[in-house]
Design a protein around this ligand. Sequence first.
Ligand code: SF4
Ligand code: SF4
Length: 199
Amino acid sequence: MNAATVKATDQEKSLLRTFWDVFSFAEIRIAMKLVFRHMFVKSVTFQYPREKRTIPDAHRGALGLLRYDDGVERCVGCDLCEAACPSRCIKVVSAEDPKKPLSRVATEFYIDITKCVFCGYCVEACPVNALAMTKMYEYSTPDKRTLIFDKKRLYEVGEKHIEDAKRYLYAHNQEKNDSDSRAYRYKFPHTVTAPRRDP
Ligand code: SF4
Ligand code: SF4
């Protein structure tokens, strides 16, 4: 069989296949096969807002300010979060605490959530774990101006989502309970005071 005959046979086969596909509604057949196959596969789509996903503890949601268990504000107005923020969306105004000389507090605190990229650097920079991220993500609004969270709103978020905030700090090794903290901080590969051996 020469090359020209082989080419002609291939063309005939291709033509026949095309005719068969057209007359047997091949596209519909393939689509229905896919539909039937997926009828027996578990759905991965959540019917939001009726169904909600389980959010992991390390999730970076809206930021909140925290208080100590006795209600005292943790924030000491040091501005480190503002300095660490790559989006320049934090503004802290601090002053001396009139009730405690030499102690400082944040008198004003703003976070422009529209600019926040949820990197978590501000939380890491805070020396007293006054900031934490929560699992809150439902704050869409038609008015962008309401997305500049002030101190009052940040403390409200922190209070409402305190358990999530604590879990966030725990998941990111920011805050541990006493026993975990000891295990975490003192887990060195060798003792620090081990004498050095001369080569
Ligand atoms: S999460 Fe990142 S971008 Fe958002 S306020 Fe904190 S440091 Fe800035
Ligand atoms: S939130 Fe933390 S880092 Fe930011 S000003 Fe307050 S104490 Fe300083």
